[in-house]
Design a protein around this ligand. Structure first.
Ligand code: KG4
Ligand code: ZN
Length: 354
């Protein structure tokens, strides 16, 4: 079960992968311009039964076929998490099954592996979601070294906030991508049929690449750490000037494209550094921002022949229970169990960090 934010999801997995997966995305939040925790929790309680039934029907399994129960225990919205945790506890207790609380971001790593046989440790993991941005080295499943993380806003959070500032609806990530694509298409048209558009940036607004300096050295925390808050503020300042001149609406697509390019540039370069320094060729991308096609393209370009990129499909990049079930399966097989006192933790620490 996965209920950490605004997707209610249940899945059945076995050694061959996904047997059944149901995801209900809550769209009640769009009207409020962001996730409303109370609404999220109530919607989870309402839909979780149906999602479990649907996933089990798709998997063609019965309650007696279930061998263990995994659920997202954090990080996330505590009320939302509690809906899943309590459901999982009740089900596991009633059926006499082992229970395992899963870390949502570790789940995202397993999500990509569900679709790509090659996405196995050792690899560099780049996890980009609405709440987290993590760069890590996975030496084995369950054994990780944190290389860097954002010092302020998560990458997805920056997309959402910039979108809001530009007057685009929530969730902002896909809206920014669409605006950037409109910008690229307009530039393509302006350049004429022969003028292919090389990349996603409009090259119209100069935006900072926070924490990206040639002077950073591999031993510095800044070498891998990220920061997106300053970039968001830089976009807001430009938007304000454009608004005063009354030309913001015409510039939104180009500004979105240049913002997206700045985020992609930072993430791609930090990941390239990790590949270079660790000698680990495989890169596993995960989290909602992995849906961004320019990010996947930019990462592949930057890694070139020195890396192998594994990116999830849009369905598995989005919050889903299959990735949580896969992570739980791995830990349950190692004999791990969560106690019946398992609680939801809004700021659960990433497991297995060395
Ligand atoms: O992993 P996720 O579904 O939920 C969390 O665990 O947070 O990530 C959601 C984030 C949101 O910030 C959303 O705007 C972003 O992923 N996102 C995107 C795209 N699709 C979703 N960001 C950029 N480009 C996209 N196409
Ligand atoms: Zn997520």
């Amino acid at each position: 079960m996965e209920t950490s934010c605004d997707e209610t999801s249940a899945a059945v997995v076995d050694e061959n992968g996904i047997r059944g997966l149901a995801i209900a995305s809550q769209d009640a939040h769009a009207a409020f311009g962001g996730v409303v925790p109370e609404i999220a929790a109530r919607e989870h309680i309402r839909s979780l039964d149906a999602m479990v039934r649907h996933a089990m029907r798709e998997a063609e399994v019965d309650h007696a076929d279930i061998a263990g129960v995994g659920v997202t225990a954090g990080p996330g919205l505590v009320g939302a998490l509690l809906a899943g945790v309590n459901w999982a506890k009740a089900y596991a207790f009633a059926r006499g099954l082992p229970l395992l609380g899963v870390h949502h971001m570790e789940g995202h790593l397993f999500g990509t592996a569900l679709e790509h046989e090659g996405a196995q440790p050792p690899f560099i993991g780049l996890l980009v979601s609405g709440g987290h941005t993590l760069l890590l080295e996975a030496r084995a499943w369950g054994r990780y070294r944190l290389l860097g993380q954002t010092r302020d806003d998560a990458a997805g959070e920056a997309f959402d906030k910039v979108a809001r500032r530009l007057g685009l609806p929530y969730p902002g990530g896909p809206e920014i991508q669409r605006a950037a694509e409109r910008s690229a298409a307009a530039r393509g048209a302006a350049a004429g049929e022969a003028g292919a558009v090389a990349d996603g940036g409009a090259g119209r607004f100069r935006l900072p690449r926070p924490m990206l300096s040639r002077r950073d050295l591999p031993g510095d925390a800044a070498y891998y750490d990220m920061s997106f808050s300053g970039l968001k503020t830089a976009v807001a300042r430009i938007a304000e000037q454009l608004e005063e001149q009354g030309v913001l609406a015409d510039a939104v697509d180009d500004l979105a494209a240049d913002f997206q390019e700045a985020v992609v540039d930072v993430l791609a370069e930090k990941t390239r550094r990790a590949v270079e320094q660790t000698g680990c060729r495989r890169v596993v991308l995960g989290g909602g921002v992995a849906r961004n096609s320019r990010l996947r393209e930019g990462l592949a370009e930057r890694l070139g022949s020195s890396g192998e990129l594994y990116a999830p499909s849009p369905r598995l990049a989005t919050d889903n229970a299959a990735m949580i079930a896969a992570a739980a399966r791995f830990r349950l097989a190692r004999g791990e169990r969560s106690p019946w006192s398992l609680n939801a933790e809004a700021a659960l620490a990433f497991p297995g960090l060395a």
